[in-house]
Design a protein. Sequence first.
Length: 370
Amino acid sequence: MLNRKSIVRGYLFLILMIFISCSSQEYTTAKLAIQQSDFEKAKEWLPKAMAVEPDNPEIPMVMAIEIYAQDNQWNKMVEMFDKAMGINPEKEIEIRGAFITVKEAVSNYIEFYWAKEFNLGVEQFRKIQDDPDNKIEYLETAISHFLNASIINPLDANTHVTLAKCYFDKGDKDSARKAALVAVEKNPDSFEANFSAGQILGRAGASSSDIVVYYEKASLIEPSNSKVLRELAGTYYDLDQKEKSIKVFENAISKEENKIVKADLYFNLGVIHNQMGNYENAETAFDEAFFLNEDDFEAALGMANSYEGLGDNYYNGTEGFEKDFNEASRWYRKAEKKIKSVMVIDIDNKDSYKKKLELVRFKRDVAEGG
């Protein structure tokens, strides 16, 4: 009489026979070897199975996961993934007891192994904070893991960006530049890729005309990002495109929430206005900068420069200003007062402020004697 245990055994045997009958002898041998953790034998029989069953995408998937991934042979793993996808991405296959389509399996395992290598790289990078004396060693190990991650998922822009930063920290500017450009090439619509390319290429010695395109693209992707707006405005300034720079700075100011950063933006805006002779606008910008950050003595000095510039305009009768010595004297006095206030804050540079003060006083005396 058959008992329950005998029935279950018979059922399992039947399932196994059906399973085996659906596979070639070569593939069956390879799977049994994997179940027994005999990976050398599996490595021998899986290629034979692929030759016998060229239309079975499960075999290259198993080869990728059970052999190449375990040996950290990432190029070969990806090659097998591509092979399986080329056969039939929609076919349902069995991987480690789970039934899943080829496309889903490839996506899942790429994400898994990419995250594994990327996180190992991050782990090495973080060790630098606790042990800066071995920075180069940690960077080299981190780079090796990030390179592996870039092989596993070459379309991930963040991997190439991180690689570029590691190369730069190591002092390898050429490799940093190449990695930054690869990041943009692989994902041209990535904010991080374009923004980092601008930063890294700039630090590596690229000209402002070379990097501005990356900041422009990043600003189109994230138009409210104050970080890229700051960089773009500064780059336009370096290119002597001051009108563009002013517009971008004003846009960045409207988006920025951090008071100190906002103060810095106002300061830079004031510098440009000063250089363009827009002294009233410059004074307004410097005033905002100083209001937001009262420790920013440079903003206060910028206000003094603006007052001096307005005095010069009235003294010389510059276009748009009627010559008026009294008005010139008034602005020179305001400049003197502001310089004195800066001298109290920035004691270390007191001597340079004295020279500035003497020049403004001389201009004021001339105006008052005019």
